[in-house]
Design a protein around this ligand. Structure first.
Ligand code: SF4
Ligand code: SF4
Length: 161
């Protein structure tokens, strides 16, 4: 998420002056459009612990959960995707329950990658990276709505891979 653009690489997230360019916070309010859960083919990474949590949320054992909803890639486990008119949707993207919305069907147990969007290191490296992520996803929630303070951004940013 944008599933096609996931990077596990940690990046330099400081500005050139040694501080974060987003020190005054960034605006973000999710509109539940689902764009970050679809797009070109990619990966929704999860750890073994997250896999166990998702499996428990589904009432499944980890092995059955992985067999049904996940795939093993070279760098780890990812949720499966399926091709829709919008792109390669995450297997848990629910376009039916709420008209006009695309929501996570496993919201409370979603992996860290999903919980921390859009405050990923690669999106925070420079203002241009934030803008690129906003535009290419596209994520209508970025630069809109609530002001997320720097302390909260750091927590989200530093949880990522
Ligand atoms: S507004 Fe952004 S974060 Fe929310 S679902 Fe859409 S793309 Fe994802
Ligand atoms: S687990 Fe949920 S939030 Fe994460 S990509 Fe899938 S549908 Fe989106």
């Amino acid at each position: 998420m944008a599933v096609g653009a996931v990077s596990k690489e940690r990046s330099d997230v400081r500005g050139t002056d040694g501080g974060e360019w987003y020190r005054d916070g960034l605006r973000f309010s999710c509109t539940q459009c689902g764009n970050c859960c679809t797009g070109p083919p990619g990966a929704v990474w999860f750890t073994e612990k997250e896999g166990a949590q998702m499996a428990a949320a589904m009432g499944l054992g980890t092995r059955a959960f992985k067999a049904q909803y996940a795939r093993k890639l070279r760098d780890g486990w990812s949720l499966k995707e399926h091709l829709t008119e919008a792109g390669y949707d995450c297997v848990f993207l629910d376009r039916e329950s709420q008209p006009g919305k695309a929501i996570c069907g496993l919201y409370d147990a979603r992996p860290r990658q999903c919980r921390t969007w859009p405050f990923w290191p690669e999106n925070l490296r420079r203002p241009e990276d934030w803008e690129r992520a906003r535009r290419t996803t596209p994520c209508p929630g970025m630069d809109q709505g609530s002001l997320v303070p720097i302390d909260e951004i750091r927590i989200q940013r530093d949880q990522t891979h």
